[in-house]
Ligand binder design. Structure first.
Ligand code: PEP
Ligand code: MG
Length: 896
């Protein structure tokens, strides 16, 4: 198979094989644009080399032939002594990885061809400067010589010559510099700088291959979720020179503004310079208007080409170009990266310009981009001091005074302070503190840790697992990399990047959220022209997505307040109400009483006290969701989560007993409590007494909840409402569990309905969150009117990964070693967990054709996972309120 493609052979569809740069150079060549001739070595050759440590056998010959064609076309030979052909050797992967990999320019220069170049260009300075650049770049990237060694020498030569800039170095000093550079190479490698042009080319190509695996390239891919096994293509291209005097130059331009999406071309130009100089910011660049004044004909041609490329690609293009003595050359183009705001604006602009359809526009924006637009952000211009970095758990920008416990958070927030709750890790008892705080920062735990899940649910900014932070609760300080922060001092966290900053950074609010919460008119009233266009564009694309999508989108919401926000965000129901969140705060004593009950009477009394509270919660929830389906889940977490901390309690009891207070009633209560804590203690509570197991073990508990739900529905009907409620049983692994619990539930439902004299249609379904449930879905469907996939637990139990621990302990290693490119808790593992879901979907529909199928794990709001759920044929996804718009958009995109 060919491993080398001439630029005239490929096109832009071949990005897998030719990389982005190679494919687009081929496309521009096909369009007849002025691209210097050259060829591309495929990613396949790179993969072969990276696997085996040597190039495929036939590659050498194929390069020889491609090079010969190039030489014949141009009538010049690589590294010839007269008018030599020089080439650039550039990386170019499928996905652009700006600045991550290597480039070597001016390949082909040696002690002889440098003179030929001087002669041909009629410019000795230029030739020797090009030669010294080659040795410098080659030395650094191919031979791994520290860059400082060359830079140091360059500075020394400038000092000796008494000049300030590179361009002023006189020719004799440049010739001397080349000699010095050659010495550096010999000194560092024990070999001379290779004089054979072909050897230069082969080594440069190999260095580009190797640069695929540098630490920074791997890190970049990990962050951008690019696979590690793609490899890069290598583009070998005839050199054109922007540094041949004042009629030459080099530039970068965009067909629209990639930062704001504003129409109109943007760019920078630098005369008498080579590519790197523009990016390196050595000299101040000119605008395109200045360029037009300087070289009207090249500028006119560039403008024509930009228009041509934009109509051809039908998208924002970014372009690198060079002018060599008044002749324009295109060195690169690609569909340009852009900010989230620019993506939305440009997509709708192109619809209005009739370049693309609304479907295409929808395909061009992503849920990730919409999410970015929704969170308040730190003012980019502000000065900042980075303290440390944790995991980006829940996006946003939060500033607050540090507090170390929930009670302080609540107290300070109540007096109007903005607080940052800092904990080693959070537990359900911190909920009030999390609600009160503007931001949550933990030093332990991953993206599905309690803190992260809850924070995302509330749209609370959260950075978790910032392991460098040491919290000293006793001293009420934290220390991080040598900095101490006391309670009351201010920190700023960026939940989109995981960064933690000292002090207060200024924050700006999101107009998109104003739009979602208060409607288009309200948002437009506050917006300037550009922001207004952005908000309109979001509105148009979201509405288009709503028309296109087949998936319904519900929200995970536990309170009436959450539910109202979810409706604002466009939720079409609640897919998961976690009732455990209603058992916290002052109600905890009631649960305590239930757990400590010494007989059926005491237990029933405790349940009877809980009943009206739950009923009132559900009335409020159903009122907020009137007319929309609301899935309420029965209690899931292990009971010990509602009891005090074991160590704390044990210490308290021990101290009391040691000081002779053992007989006091308070202490006796603590002793009983401690016994209960010990009794309920589990080594592995996630796999223990929770979910339906709890319902079957604690008589009356689920019945109380079902009664509260049914009565709430009856109350709503009596009040003229339209409650649409569904009851969900968690952690079912066997149909037998469901049958047993249903018997009890059906009886309660019937009893409430007849007592209230209303018809209650309350379907009962189950979560599918254990592999056994998926594997026996056929049986389970006999007793379940709906399935809701609990992909958090299903991922945990399928992989055997503890969702609270592994992200901090092993995921960094796994991501680095490429076991996966993204945490399976964040984006659904299609091959494993996904296979179980597909299996259960099929089995469920076979047994019960009208079964309703949804998903309510964290994946419900993850853009990639939404596409999977669409493909798997689910009826709905359910996610936290703030991710509802993201899910709507992605569900629409999935249906295109
Ligand atoms: C799940 O397991 O995916 C789920 C939604 O339930 P929870 O996160 O409450 O365990
Ligand atoms: Mg679960």
């Amino acid at each position: 198979a060919p491993l080398v493609f001439d630029f005239s052979e490929g096109d832009r569809t071949q990005v897998d094989l030719l990389g982005g740069k190679g494919a687009n150079l081929a496309e521009m060549t096909k369009l007849g644009l002025p691209v210097p001739p050259g060829f591309t070595v495929t990613t396949e050759a790179c993969r072969y080399y990276l696997e085996r440590g040597e190039e495929p056998q036939s590659l050498r010959v194929q390069i020889t032939m491609a090079l010969r064609r190039l030489e014949n076309d141009l009538g010049r030979r690589l590294g010839d002594v007269v008018d030599p052909l020089l080439v650039s050797v550039r990386s170019g992967a499928k996905h652009s990885m700006p600045g991550m990999m290597e480039t070597v320019l001016n390949v082909g220069l040696n002690d002889y061809s440098v003179k030929g170049l001087a002669e041909a260009a009629q410019d000795e300075r230029f030739a020797w400067d090009s030669y010294r650049r080659l040795i410098q770049m080659f030395g650094r990237t191919v031979l791994d010589i520290p860059a400082e060694r060359f830079e140091h020498e360059l500075d020394a030569v400038k000092a000796r010559a008494g000049v300030a800039t590179d361009v002023e170095i006189p020719v004799p000093a440049l010739i001397e510099l080349v000699e010095e550079f050659k010495h550096i190479v010999h000194d560092a490698t024990g070999r001379d700088f290779p004089q054979d042009p072909r050897e230069q080319l082969d080594l440069a190509m190999r260095a580009v291959f190797n640069s695929w695996n540098t630490d920074r390239a791997r890190l970049y891919r990990r962050r951008e979720r690019i696979q590690h096994d793609l490899g890069t293509a290598v583009n070998i291209c005839a050199m054109v020179f922007g540094n041949l005097g004042e009629t030459s130059g080099t530039g970068v331009c965009f067909t629209r503004d990639p930062a704001s999406g504003q129409p109109g071309v943007y760019g920078d130009y630098l005369s008498n310079a080579q590519g790197e100089d523009v990016v390196a910011g050595i000299r101040n660049t000119l605008t395109l208007e200045d360029f037009a004044a300087l070289d009207p004909s090249s500028h006119a041609e560039l403008t024509r080409i930009m228009r041509r490329l934009e109509t051809h690609y039908r998208d924002l293009c970014d372009i690198e170009f060079t002018v060599e003595r008044g002749k324009l050359w295109m060195l690169q183009t690609r569909v340009g990266k852009r900010t989230a705001a620019a993506a939305f604006r440009i997509a709708t602009q192109l619809v209005d310009e009739r370049l693309i359809t609304s479907d295409e526009a929808l395909a061009r924006v992503t849920g990730h981009q919409l999410a970015q637009l929704m969170f308040p952000q730190f003012d980019v211009d502000a000065e900042r001091t980075l303290l440390t970095r944790g995991m980006a758990a829940s996006p946003g920008a939060a500033v607050g005074k540090v507090v170390f416990d929930s009670a302080t958070a609540v107290a300070w927030a109540a007096r109007g302070e903005s607080v940052m709750l800092v904990r080693r890790e959070t537990n359900p008892d911190d909920l009030e503190g999390m609600i009160a705080a503007t931001g949550v920062l933990t030093s332990r735990g991953g993206k599905t840790s309690h803190a992260a899940v809850v924070a995302r649910g509330m749209g609370r900014t959260c950075v978790c697992g910032a392991e460098e932070i040491e919290v000293d609760l006793a001293a009420r300080t934290l220390s991080v990399n040598g900095t101490q922060v006391a309670e009351g001092e201010v920190l700023s966290i960026d939940g989109s990047t995981g960064e933690v900053f000292a002090g207060e950074l200024p924050v700006v609010a999101s107009p998109v959220v104003i739009y979602l919460e208060q409607g288009l008119d309200a948002a437009l009233a506050e917006a300037d022209e550009q922001t207004g266009e952005l908000v309109r564009s979001v509105d148009r694309l979201l509405r288009h997505a709503d028309q296109a999508r087949q998936l319904r989108v519900r929200a995970n919401a536990d309170t009436a307040e959450d539910a109202t926000r979810a409706r604002d965000m466009g939720a079409e129901g609640i897919g998961l109400c976690r009732t455990e969140h209603m058992f916290l705060g002052e109600r905890r004593v009631l649960i305590e009483r239930l757990i400590l009950a010494d007989g059926p009477e005491a237990r029933d009394a405790a349940l009877a006290e809980l009943l009206p509270l739950q009923r009132a919660d559900f009335v409020a929830l159903l009122e907020a969701m009137d007319g929309l389906p609301t899935t309420i889940r029965l209690l899931d977490p292990p009971l010990h989560e509602f009891l005090p901390d074991r160590t704390e309690l044990a210490v308290r009891v021990a101290v009391a007993q040691a000081t002779g207070r053992g007989e006091e009633p308070e202490v006796e209560k603590d002793v009983t409590l401690l016994a209960a804590v010990d009794r309920l203690h589990e080594s592995n509570p996630m796999l223990g007494l929770r979910g339906v197991r709890l319902g079957l073990s604690v008589p009356g508990l689920f019945a109380m909840q079902v009664r509260a739900i049914a009565s709430a529905a009856a109350d709503r009907i009596a009040a003229g409402g339209r409650p649409v409620v569904e009851i969900m049983v968690p952690l079912v692994g066997s149909v037998m569990e469901l049958h047993l619990i249903r018997d009890e539930m059906d009886a309660v439902l019937a009893e409430v309905a007849s007592a209230a004299g209303v018809d209650l249609h309350i379907p009962i379904g189950t979560m599918i969150e254990l592999p056994r449930a998926a594997l026996t879905a056929r049986r389970i469907a006999e007793a379940a009117e709906f399935f809701s996939f609990g992909t958090n637990d299903l991922t945990q139990t399928t992989w055997g990964f503890s969702r609270d621990d592994v992200e901090a302990s092993i995921f960094a290693t796994y991501l680095d070693k490429g076991v996966f490119t993204v945490s399976p808790f964040e984006s659904l593992d299609r091959d494993g967990v996904g296979a179980l879901i597909r299996m259960a979907v099929q089995a469920g529909r076979e047994v019960r054709p009208d079964i309703k199928l949804g998903i309510c794990g964290e994946h419900g709001g993850d853009p990639d996972s939404v596409h999977f759920f669409h493909d798997a044929g689910l009826d709905y996804v359910s996610c936290s309120a703030f991710r509802v718009p993201v899910a709507r958009l992605e569900a629409g995109r999935a249906a295109l």
